[in-house]
Write a protein that binds this ligand. Sequence first.
Ligand SMILES: [Zn+2]
Length: 477
Amino acid sequence: MKILPLLLLLIFSPCTLGDGLPDLGDVSQATLNPMQERQIGQQSMMQIKASKQFLNDPEINDYLNQIGNRLVQFSNEPSLDFEFFAMNDYSVNAFALPGGFVGVNAGLLLITENESELASVLSHEISHVTQHHLARMVSAQKGDTMASMAAIALAILAARSNPDASSAAMAGVQAHAIQKQLDFTRAHEKEADRLGLELMQKAGFDTHAMPEFLGRLQRATRLIDGNAPNYLRTHPITSDRIADIENRVSKQPYRLLPDSLDFDLVRTKLIGAQKTASDAVSYFTDALTTHRHGNPIAQQYGLVRALLRNNQLDRARTELAVLLKQAANTPSAQNNAMLTALEGEVKRAANDPDTLSFYRVAVQNFPQHRALIYDYVDLLLNNKQAETAVKLLTDQITRHPTDTTLYDLQARSYHQLHRPLEQHQAQAYSFAWQGDLHDAIQQLELAKRAGGNFYQLSIIESDLHELRDMQNEQVKK
Ligand SMILES: [Zn+2]
């Protein structure tokens, strides 16, 4: 059995492991190297997850990654590991962190009118990352440590998204230095637009969606009178900027693209989540009976999900049958992972005897759909099948090394297998990725005490070392 030194690999990219750890204090270079950017991004991610703003919905995040990676492959850094994620925030905003982390607010997902508009936002953010814009701003603060640069990166984001609250957000950071950095953004914006359009074009999206989306935001801003969506503050928009984009796309043909079903399902899920369970039931029932504009399969999906939440199991099963029949007759809805995951949820709630075998097949059909994996593993553990669970989880963690739910499930599995070292180690990674260094360290101490072979213990020692360093950095700030 082999355990990877996960945390270490995550924080320092593998290529550097052989030649020693980087000097955290040295940022005298004009720009950061890719590994330093990644590290700032990862530490910022830990803080985002600790803030509970992170929307821990694997279906929404998997969807964003699917659209995002379709664009990334055409960027000038196609091999950079991007992580796209949703924020549980209904204001309109999106942002990029150094090293390939791109956050999208629930509010932004909801006001996009088609998939190309969403792609226009993602491609713009991807270009901020591949052009190292934020890294350039952050690295200008010479003499700072990695942890404080991660704080600066987040403070810049916070200050730009909500200038009124900037004094609180910038605690510990020189406000004037940040203000100066903001002046760079106009040139950055134009560059991100230009490169973003190229990615959209190559990935087959409708480039006209970019000026349409920005124009609509700008018009909405005028109506709201000065109450600009955060997105327009973090990405300053001018008529000049929109004209520039319109000029670029004017010679390109319009592409009439049908949205994927997932685009509608993800948005339906967010609409439902904003409401109480019973309000959501009425909302979707009403949408379906009055034939409200929208995708009826998505509305039916919203209804089943709402019924399930509202503990109306019998009606949920009836409406699910309607949904599955509709989907079977609609080519774009056949073999859909989100519909399959919902079917599984209903089966579980109803204690259907074939639930376990349903999931076994579903996971084979959709091996990368994390929502199905979470549910299947939970079910396996309830049925005392931890060995199978561990195998599935190991594969998923390699693909999603910052996913705390996967670590939580892994810890449960090892607990069942009476393997305390691995159990506490998995728990430690879960805490670490939630930004809870104190509890992560405590879990690693417990893992050490549980005992293991030399290889296992040396990994724990080095992880402990890294976490304590990070903890010290945070204390210094
Ligand atoms: Zn921008």
